[in-house]
Write a protein that binds this ligand. Sequence first.
Ligand code: HEM
Length: 287
Amino acid sequence: MRTPPYLPFLDGPPGIAPGLKPIAPEAWLLPDTEAAAWLAPKRELMRSRRSDVFAAHEADAEMTEAATIVLAATGPAVGEWSTPLEAASAMVSDDLCIMVRDAEGLWRLKAASLCTPTYWSLAEKFGKPLGGLHAPVPGGDPGLAARISRIFDGLRPGLVLERCNWSVQPGDERFTPSSAPLKARAHAMQEADALDQLHLRVERQTIRKLPQTGALLFTIRIVIDPLSAGLSTPRHVEAFAAAWQGVDPAMHRYKGWAAYDRLVGAALDARRNPVTSEGSTNTRQDK
Ligand code: HEM
């Protein structure tokens, strides 16, 4: 089992602080690891359900500029695609969203290739400004939206910023416009299966300003690993427990974590008190 590349729970409970950090431009869209193998099903989804995962309105120049910058990182596009944004998206695990500043100064979602929504749909959010996009998030509108807007306004082209959201889910699906099927699966799951079947879902996002059009390119990469891989040492187990239990109640509600509390508790118990095949408690754990 690989070590998950991002372990954001080590930084504490999820909150709404933007938490954006600059990264080296060379680390922007690194190839995904073999383990993810998302590119083939992503391309299939882009063709079979195009109207669910792609939308664009009056953003041709922005899409062309975004595609140029992505393809500079990945190498030339492969296959026939209807728009430059889709051609670029087909080359990376990441989703590509373009935000354009309108005449009133509001940043709006004007084009997107979105195959890994964390429980939202393009149909419901397309064209909205940052406030509308974040309306369900506690403190999202206007507080968070105003902070993000200021960051977008001031972002210097060339700078790449990164942040992560995270949660758990029972299974490794990436195309998840709704959380309802996952919650139903969690409800039916035995506690004894929790450690094996829960997964850590990390949403790694980046932003960068496009120098010619001034649009903002927002990328989303979903990274899914078995939760057990994230809980590989006692330090990780305790950090995860502290982050899970320390979350603000409004954020707990927003993220729907009540559906997973029982299973996360069982997974943590199983990690803290592993039982050997002979049935005795094994006190040794990996470091
Ligand atoms: C880079 C600045 C941004 C920050 C700091 C930020 C922050 C957040 C946070 C904290 C959440 C709650 C998610 C969670 O923890 O589970 C969220 C959700 C979300 N964000 Fe952002 N966001 C940013 C940019 C964007 C952009 C550019 C888009 C445009 C597509 C976007 C679309 C959304 C959507 C659709 C949700 C889910 C809202 C829902 O539940 O309906 N965000 N964002």
